[in-house]
Design a binder for this molecule. Structure first.
Ligand SMILES: [Cu+2]
Length: 324
């Protein structure tokens, strides 16, 4: 072993071998660490500043922005770990390849297994990373915008905005409907949201468990029957939104999606007022606005909608056909 190397450099796997005893063997571990450090210092900022702004789910809302930041932090931590594996692998393949004559065999097996420095470093470094991530994750979950998940009927985190627009999301097999309680409780099959506004999504279900996943808004909240699951966000940019169900809910779960828009405040106001007026006669037939609904509240046929069509297409199979 060469002169005063640091403890971890001594007898690391791949370090100077004892058998040949050549004093000229380079300090492989120090070389690997140097290559790894340089690559990490170059690639981490490159990733963060060049790729980071394009990482899903984008920046349409406050929660999307926070989630993008979280993903980027995770990637900045993960990238050096990945580089560590790749550098070790590449260095080993190049340095100790069989076709390279006269190279001393690296120390491995029993010698490496009992190396106190390697074991201590492994336990300390991995524990440190995991504990830091646990603290970071807990902080991000509680403190920043409620993280975009449903917080149940009594959210612990609430936005500080003076005005919060409530939008009710009603899931059922196999569609989402949106109800706007501050505009007479009308219903829409398109999710319309004003920009620069704090929104409270009140997510519920009429039948089985669904999940409201508005990808670009970075909102994902379970839709449970008889539960008002609240999720907050603040919209920062206009754009298109795709909504999907993310909880297996039956035969047509995969077809349970629709679309939405984040539009200017004036466009939203115009749309809401016009739709409230245009759908007034339909709204009268709906159950009065409530935070949850009993599925058969509207009639004996067990349907949420008025009994104009007693057998929906999904109920026709096996059911007694109505007399026509
Ligand atoms: Cu579903």
């Amino acid at each position: 072993m060469s002169d005063a190397a640091t403890p971890t450099e001594e007898a690391m796997p791949g370090d100077a071998a004892g058998a040949g005893g050549t004093a000229k063997e380079p300090r492989h571990f120090a070389r690997m660490v140097t290559i790894w450090l340089v690559l990490s210092l170059i690639l981490d900022p490159l990733f963060y500043f060049l790729v980071g702004p394009h990482v899903p789910p984008g920046v349409m809302t406050s929660t999307a922005e926070e989630n993008q930041f979280d993903f980027n932090v995770l990637m900045v931590i993960a990238l050096p770990v990945l580089l560590g594996v790749w550098v070790y692998l590449a260095y080993s393949i190049i340095t100790w390849r069989a076709s390279r004559a006269g190279v001393a065999e690296p120390v491995g097996g029993e010698d490496a297994r009992t190396h106190m420095g390697a074991q201590t470093a492994w336990i300390v470094i991995t524990s440190f990373i995991v504990l830091c991530l646990a603290a970071f994750g807990t902080y991000e979950l509680i403190d920043t915008n409620g993280a975009g998940g449903g917080e149940g009927p009594n959210p612990i985190w609430k936005p500080t905005s003076a005005h919060i627009l409530p939008i009710q999301v009603i899931a059922q097999q196999w569609t989402f409907t949106y109800r706007y309680p501050t505009y007479g409780g009308f219903e829409s099959t398109t999710l319309m949201v004003p920009v620069d506004t704090s929104i409270a999504f009140h997510v519920t279900s009429l039948d089985v468990i669904h999940s409201f996943w508005a990808y670009q808004l970075s909102i994902k909240a379970d839709a449970n029957p008889q539960v008002d699951n609240v999720a907050f966000t603040t919209t920062n940019h206009t754009g298109s939104v795709t909504v999907r169900c993310s909880e297996l809910c039956g035969l047509w779960h995969g077809a349970m999606f629709n679309y939405g828009q984040v539009v200017s405040r004036s466009a939203f106001q115009n749309w809401a007022v016009a739709t409230e007026k245009a759908t007034a006669s339909n709204t009268k037939l709906l159950p009065p606005f409530a935070w949850t609904y009993v599925p058969d509240a509207n009639g004996a046929d067990g349907g949420y909608y008025p009994a104009t069509d007693p057998y929906s297409p999904s109920e026709v199979y096996g059911a007694k056909q109505p007399a026509s």
